[in-house]
Design a protein around this ligand. Structure first.
Ligand code: MCA
Ligand code: AMP
Length: 513
């Protein structure tokens, strides 16, 4: 049985009345509740026509019910497609057309409903689920009728499709299989020493690998409880740390914790592990955290397409500034642009192979082919080197990507929209250092002749707001006379990054002092 849900089920606590989730308000959901709710939702989904391999879009707030919905998809062998709650109508239209869902479960306030985006999807059913865990999905549940058996899927069958944008063109759906998830879950669970006493503090969103797979998998593989916050609020996290043993976060979590007046060693008596990933953790932040708390944050590295790739060790030396060594069963190699392997300490392209590597991009066979080498390694688009102990340091990216607070933003997507504005001749979107988000998105624009500079900035922002999720919006827009181009006519973004690198610096120095 290769179903990820079956692996979880094997490890449910013997006493199912033990709790799985505790919310901020102190409401508890036991493993029995998990089992009942998941089985009932699975039944409702089957009534809505969802079968093996059918896609189910979930564009919902984080709630225990949203977790049960995801687990129900696994259980019946449907493909869960979680989408960011802040996507706009134009972003959602693309996903709906690309994925052809049999069922959409969304928040009642989603543009999917308010803008009637399912009008042209006559075969798609719609159910709702709001941030309180209410909605037609729950109203239709009949707890008397459940699906008890777990669908018999192969390891190579798709469990989830997560969208990841690209340096060119439209977002691509990464097909992540039951085998990818099960193998990675077992690996990180063991590498990070999860045990019966752990209580994870979960404050990440659940529409990405980090919050949905890495965090939930570790909890479910131990049959453990977790404290489940609807989002990261530093006050709530500080308040919950005394009853937690593990926190997983993006670097922004840690800079915000360090700046909080009530974050201190005394409140961490139960804590055994702080884990960081999704974006680079500055060595200064890691060192400051160590000095203030005595805990060395364990940094690890992953991607949507590969789940977790590398990790600093639990018991051996954690090297700040590195993302640790390849996880068991996974191979990392560094290659030159001509494809030849490089030696230790030589910087080049990071490539990965192993049971964690995804199956390919949904209905994009050409894109899939482009991202793999002939001998089957996945090209991460990250650049770095391995030292002689196998510790990986990421020094940059060959892909034009900004990571802001752990969210990926692809400049191309924003530039395309800005360039559609009549007043704008051309634009370049770049990431610059930011004290809170690590990198912040800014846009540099060149106006068409006769455009009124004073109104362009606000027009551009309101135009972008109609098309893009809020975390992608530029924090600042600058007008310049012309963009720096190289001889090939390509924008030299490195020059722009250098020019604007100190934009948010003053606040940065204040925070790290
Ligand atoms: C929110 N805003 C942001 C971001 N988040 N702007 C830039 N970057 C962001 N990350 C904007 C909102 O649009 C809003 O703008 C304003 O900031 C405040 O919004 P709010 O929701 O209150 O934000 P927040 O609570 O401060 O959120 C910051 C956050 C959050 C806690 C860092 O972004 C977060 O949870 N990030 C984690 C993302 C994550 O899980 N990534 C993992 C990807 P306005 O006020 O104008 O409306 S998986 C991955 O990368 C791989 C596989 C891996 O290795 O894990
Ligand atoms: P995503 O496409 O959202 O899965 O983001 C994956 C990207 O996040 C990777 O290709 C890296 O560029 C970046 N990333 C993840 N973890 C780390 C880390 N610990 N340090 C630096 N970059 C990271």
């Amino acid at each position: 049985m290769s179903n990820l849900y079956a692996l979880f089920e094997e490890r449910f606590p013997q006493d199912l009345t033990q709790y799985f989730i505790e919310t901020k308000a102190g409401k508890r959901y036991s493993y029995k509740n998990l089992d009942d709710m998941t089985s009932a939702i699975a039944h409702t989904m089957q009534n809505a026509g969802v079968g093996l391999g059918d896609r189910v879009i979930m564009q919902v707030h984080k709630s225990p019910e949203a977790v049960f919905l995801y687990l129900a998809c696994l259980k019946i062998g449907a493909i869960a497609v979680p989408l960011n709650i802040s996507y706009t109508a134009s972003e959602l239209t693309y996903f709906l057309d690309d994925i052809e869902p049999v069922l959409v479960v969304c928040d009642p306030a989603s543009p999917i409903i308010s803008e009637n985006l399912l009008a042209s999807h006559s075969k798609t059913s719609l159910l709702t689920l709001d941030n309180e865990g209410h909605g037609s999905l729950i109203e239709q549940l009949n707890t008397g009728t459940k699906i008890s058996s777990v669908a018999n899927v192969e390891a190579d069958d798709i469990a989830c499709i997560l969208y990841t944008s690209g340096t060119t063109g439209k977002p691509k759906g990464a097909m992540i299989t039951h085998g990818n998830l099960s193998s990675n879950a077992l690996t990180v669970h063991q590498s990070w020493g999860f045990n019966k006493d752990d209580i994870l503090l979960h404050a990440l969103p659940i529409f990405h690998v980090h919050g949905l797979f890495v965090a939930l998998n570790c909890v479910l593989l131990s049959g453990n409880p977790m404290i489940f916050l609807s989002h990261f609020d530093v006050n709530d996290v500080v308040a919950c740390l005394p009853k937690s043993t593990v926190l997983m976060g993006v670097p922004t979590f840690y800079t915000r914790l360090l700046a909080h007046s009530e974050f201190n060693k005394q409140s961490l008596k139960k804590m055994r592990l702080f884990i960081s990933g999704s974006a680079p953790l500055l060595k200064e932040v890691s060192d400051k955290f160590y000095a203030q708390t005595g805990y060395r944050i364990l940094e690890r590295y992953g991607m949507t397409e590969t789940v977790m790739i590398a990790s600093n060790p639990l018991n051996d030396k954690r090297l700040p500034g590195t993302v640790g060594q390849a996880l068991p069963g996974i191979t990392i190699r560094i290659t030159a642009d001509d494809g030849n392997n490089l030696n230790h300490n030589e910087t080049g392209n990071i490539q990965v192979s192993g049971p964690n590597v995804f199956k390919g991009y949904w209905r994009k066979a050409d894109k899939t082919k482009e991202e793999f080498t002939e001998d089957g390694f996945f090209k991460t688009g990250d650049v770095g080197f391995l030292d002689d102990q196998g510790y990986l340091t990421i020094v940059g990216r060959s892909k034009d990507l900004i990571i802001s607070g752990g969210y990926n933003v692809y400049p191309k997507e924003i530039e395309k929209i800005i360039n559609d504005l009549d007043e704008i001749n051309e634009s370049a979107v770049i990431g610059v250092p930011h004290p809170d988000f690590g990198e912040a998105v800014i846009a540099i624009i060149v106006l068409e002749k006769n455009s009124e500079e004073s109104i362009v900035e606000s027009n551009t922002i309101s135009f972008l707001k109609q098309h893009l999720a809020s975390y992608k919006l530029p924090k600042r827009i600058f007008v310049i006379d012309e963009l720096p181009l190289n001889v090939m006519g390509k924008v030299q973004k490195n020059i722009l990054r250098e020019k604007y690198k100190s934009l948010f610096e003053e606040t940065a120095n204040a925070q790290l002092a």
